[in-house]
Design a protein around this ligand. Structure first.
Ligand SMILES: [Zn+2]
Length: 153
């Protein structure tokens, strides 16, 4: 086994770990987004003085007496508002993490041998009469075969 394939194998392992984490964060963000939406519409219903499904409310740990007094609604709104703020903050963090992991995944696939250029320069020396002449030769990178990126799938 060559050093190159060892390196690529390590990169694939790392990429697959990042991908798993990314999938988890995306799933969390999805759940949080739907919770924020559900809570926001419930909040609006309570605020508008509508009868809110008591099972949905108890799912949020909120009990609203029937008939609900203005104070009952105020307390329910305050509790739901707190949950919205808490989940919106968790959602913001999860979204930022999804962005960060996506960027990291892109950086991981950049070829470490040519830094994404796809080519490597080298000098070739030729003897011409009594002088030695150097010339620059550009080769396709041996690790990424000129792609600049490593296929980590
Ligand atoms: Zn390369």
């Amino acid at each position: 086994m060559t050093n190159d394939s060892d390196e690529v194998r390590k990169m694939r392992q790392e990429a697959s770990a990042v991908r798993r984490l990314l999938a988890t964060r995306k799933e969390e963000a999805l759940v949080l987004r739907s919770q924020v939406e559900g809570l926001t519409s419930t909040y609006a219903e309570v605020e508008a003085g509508k009868d809110v499904d008591s099972r949905r409310l108890s799912g949020y740990g909120v009990v609203l007496a029937e008939p609900a007094s203005p104070l009952d609604r105020l307390v329910a709104k305050s509790k739901i508002g707190g949950m919205i703020a808490e989940r919106a903050e968790a959602l913001r963090r999860a979204d930022a993490e999804v962005m960060r992991l996506g960027t990291a995944l892109g950086q991981l696939s950049t070829c470490p041998n040519c830094n994404g250029a796809g080519t490597k320069r080298r000098s070739e020396y030729e003897r011409d009469d009594s002088r030695i002449q150097a010339r620059q030769v550009v080769d396709d990178c041996s690790l990424c075969k000129g792609n600049g990126t490593i296929d980590l799938d």
